[in-house]
Design a protein around this ligand. Structure first.
Ligand code: DGT
Ligand code: MG
Length: 447
């Protein structure tokens, strides 16, 4: 995801490279419960939803004439996604515009650098899912996890017979009423997303987040797949690299490779004590668990983001004038979002990335400072804070070469008695969430 413009990385839900909570406890043996036909689910039922060609679908809803043509969504010189008509012509996600045009000369391109419509639709999907069950966790813009164990249990108490909807991984035919009921619920939710918002997507149904995410894309687009416990090792064995395991990010994969591991099976067989020597006991156990499909992490209900940010990347920015203009441009759209959110930011952060041939994606630097209450609208025009922070990082008496700028408001606090415009930010039972905001349309003192 690092190559493109406007990827948001600081809203917490946007950055899935470190899936921190993936395994929070030490592994437990996964008992074969598939013969157990009692009504209470012995394990959780977790859904994972992933919308089809998300940005392209949003563009096709905005302009239905684009539905039947090959469509690519362009950010800078990259096709960040394309519809399935374009995929039939060989266009793929993250292809360069030049290559895509070569594969498919009729490809229609729309600009996708402004994320506003995608973001709004993304929150509508999460909101819709929350209206069925509060245990929903966002992952990026177009993915959501949902823990429906209680719904399944309740429904199974009412009706015992229930067949699978959609695909079952490996065509397994074992009885498993709770996962079968999970597949029914998933089908209903996909139908609701389609009828209310006009979007199609895939779903995975399994007993934990890791497996639900891994199985959901087995059949694409607009299909769903259930994974039974007897097929967990098949699914894990089908992954062709360690990076395919959610929770194993770029850095972790590099460290595992340095220890001689390249495949999931290598990790599964690697001695725990040596792994613990490198990563520490709990991370080593977590990694070993992931390799065999065990994930005890909870679905953490997503609240309002802890911060709002916007960024842009470019080949070269080396003048103060360009930097100032870019910061103003980013801030004006960010302030508008902050205004809609309704909360008040108390910290401002500026992040830059300097050109580097060696450490391209990991060389971000940032500085932050409190936002004084008297600063008012000056945050955008003239942006004294950004200016100050910028000069703390960059010695402008010398030549500089930046490839990214990110602006971020954090430490967001409610304004007493002022509700948010966004109904998504409603109270939900989670300790780490921000409280709801309350009023509407107030003037943001930052403007
Ligand atoms: P799918 O799920 O294969 O049907 O296709 P998408 O387009 O939904 O792909 P997905 O789920 O990986 O990503 C969701 C959206 O996020 C996608 O429509 C565009 C955006 N996106 C994905 N990867 C990148 C990336 O590397 N850079 C940027 N800028 N955007 C990305
Ligand atoms: Mg998707």
């Amino acid at each position: 995801t690092a190559c493109c413009a406007n990827m948001e990385i600081s809203e917490g839900e946007e950055d899935d490279t470190e899936w921190k909570s993936l395994v929070s406890r030490s592994p437990v043996a996964s008992s074969d419960t598939s013969n157990n036909t009692s009504l209470a689910a012995p394990q959780k039922v977790i859904l994972h939803f992933d919308l089809d060609c998300f940005y392209a679908q949003v563009e096709m809803i905005r302009n239905p004439a684009l539905r039947n043509v090959p469509l690519g969504v362009q950010q800078k010189y990259i096709i960040v996604t394309c519809n399935y008509v374009a995929r039939e012509h060989g266009v793929t996600k993250l292809m360069s515009v030049t290559d895509a045009k070569e594969k498919c000369p009729d490809l229609v391109l729309v600009k996708g650098e402004d994320l506003t419509h995608y973001r709004e639709m993304s929150y509508k999907v999460t909101e819709l899912l929350i209206s069925f069950c509060p245990l929903v966790e966002r992952l990026g813009f177009d993915e959501n996890f949902m823990d429906i164990s209680e719904i399944v249990e309740r429904r199974l108490q009412q009706s015992e017979t229930c067949s699978f909807k959609g695909h079952v991984y490996n065509n397994s035919s074992r009885l498993c009423p709770w996962l079968a009921m999970g597949s029914q619920v998933a089908a209903e939710l996909r139908e609701a997303i389609h009828s209310k918002l006009g979007l199609t997507g895939c779903a995975g149904i399994a007993t934990n987040k890791l497996l639900a995410k891994l199985v959901s894309g087995t059949f694409k687009p607009n299909q769903q797949t259930t994974l039974l416990s007897e097929d967990v090792s098949n699914l894990m064995g089908s992954l062709d690299s360690l990076r395919k395991v959610p929770g194993i990010g770029h850095q972790t994969a590099k460290r595992l490779q340095a220890l001689g591991m390249t495949s999931i099976i290598d990790l599964e067989l690697f001695p725990l004590d040596i792994l613990a020597g490198e990563f520490g006991e709990s991370s080593a156990r977590r990694l070993k668990s992931l390799a065999i499909g065990i994930d005890d992490s909870n679905v953490n209900p997503t609240g309002a983001p802890q911060s709002l940010s916007d960024e842009d990347s470019f080949k070269k920015m080396s003048s103060i004038k360009d930097v100032t203009e870019k910061i103003e441009e980013l801030l004006s759209s960010l302030v508008e979002r902050m205004h809609k959110d309704g909360r008040q930011p108390h910290t401002f952060r500026l992040t830059i990335r300097r050109y580097s041939t060696t450490n391209k994606w990991f060389s971000r630097e940032s500085r932050q400072c409190p936002i004084p209450s008297h600063i008012g609208q000056k945050i955008v025009v003239g942006n004294p804070l950004a200016n100050k922070l910028f000069h703390k990082m960059v010695d402008t008496s010398k030549a500089f070469h930046l490839t990214l700028i990110n602006v971020c408001f954090s430490n967001l606090r409610d304004r007493p008695g002022k509700p948010s415009l966004i109904s998504f930010f409603t109270p939900r039972p989670s300790p780490r969430k921000t409280k709801p905001c309350t009023s509407q349309g107030q003037v943001n003192p930052l403007l």
